[in-house]
Design a protein around this ligand. Structure first.
Ligand code: FE2
Length: 302
């Protein structure tokens, strides 16, 4: 069991290749969870946008998402992966699995490779969950049957110093507190306003495990990222995640999954022009700290 992507080495126009070879690419994606396209001619974000369009599936836009990362759109379908500073580690997660709205697949594109560090870790979470069921059936079953709730504090204005600094106005796509409350109520969230115009929001009970339809299950959640990484001046990681019944999720509950994730992770070291397609239901991703310039862009499939 490893988390290495399938590798498609080629040249020329990636948009054309993705359109022509889609069935074969999707078969590789189903088998390996991620596919790396290397050597194609993808010089800039516009070529990346065209490649995603060539793949031909409907997009999932950042504006309509409840992502808590601060991002900047480059084209309508392409945005910066996360504006958090280079020294910040983004821990493993399934994209937006801490919300009821998430993409099925993600494309990443490396425009500028980092001088040092900056790999994108990829981890098969179906493998992880199978191993967790073997190693600790009780905790695996607790995640599966009790579900999980996430709580996070969103600032009034974007805070790019944080990995989860997206403002409540941007996250919820609203201008006023009344509109924010209406959107949260509609999504089944609980909330609490704080004195500094920040907002604590708590999700309804969300699944922590996803059935993949063929007997496999994945550890489809943001528990590792929330537990290890959701700390900034507003957020205390010890308060961010509970089981669905409200019991706090502690280090003891998480230790097995975290150590399995370390064992199963493949670190993708970027070369400029690389494009990676990730199945969001089976593979978690993150970002290692880096130095120097690094520009990795993302695009989401609905
Ligand atoms: Fe992500």
């Amino acid at each position: 069991m490893d988390s290495n992507p399938a590798i498609v080495a080629g040249s020329g126009n990636l948009a054309e290749h993705l359109g022509k070879a889609k069935a074969a690419i999707d078969a590789q994606l189903a088998e390996k969870g991620a596919v790396l396209f290397r050597g194609f001619d993808v010089p800039d974000p516009f070529a990346f946008d065209a490649a995603v369009a060539g793949y031909g599936e409907p997009g999932f836009t950042y504006e309509e998402s409840l992502s808590n990362a601060v991002r900047v759109n480059v084209t309508e379908r392409v945005f910066t992966a996360n504006e958090a500073p280079p020294s910040t580690t983004i821990f493993l997660h399934h994209e937006m699995a801490q919300t009821p709205l998430y993409p099925s697949k993600l494309f990443f594109y490396c425009e500028v490779a980092p001088d040092e560090g900056g790999a994108t870790p990829l981890c098969r979470s179906d493998h992880l969950f199978a191993r967790l069921e073997d190693a600790d059936p009780q905790i695996a079953s607790a995640f599966e049957t009790r579900g999980v709730r996430y709580s996070n504090v969103m600032p009034g204005e974007n805070d790019a110093a944080s990995g989860q600094g997206r403002s409540w106005r941007s996250t919820l796509g609203v201008d006023t507190r009344e509109e924010a409350e209406a959107r949260l109520a509609n999504l089944g969230y609980e909330w609490e306003w704080r004195g500094d115009d920040s907002l604590r929001a708590r999700t309804p009970v969300l699944p922590a495990v996803r059935e993949l339809g063929d007997g496999r299950k994945s550890f489809f959640n943001q528990l590792i990222a929330a537990f290890c990484g959701w700390s900034d001046i507003r957020n205390d990681p010890a308060r961010t995640v509970t089981f669905g019944d409200g019991e706090p999720i502690t280090h003891e509950h998480m230790a097995g999954a975290i150590s399995l994730s370390e064992e199963l992770t493949y670190d993708h070291a970027w070369q400029a022009g690389d494009v990676v397609l990730v199945d969001n239901f089976t593979v978690m991703h993150g970002r290692k700290p880096f130095s120097g310039k690094r520009r990795v862009l993302a695009s989401l499939i609905g």
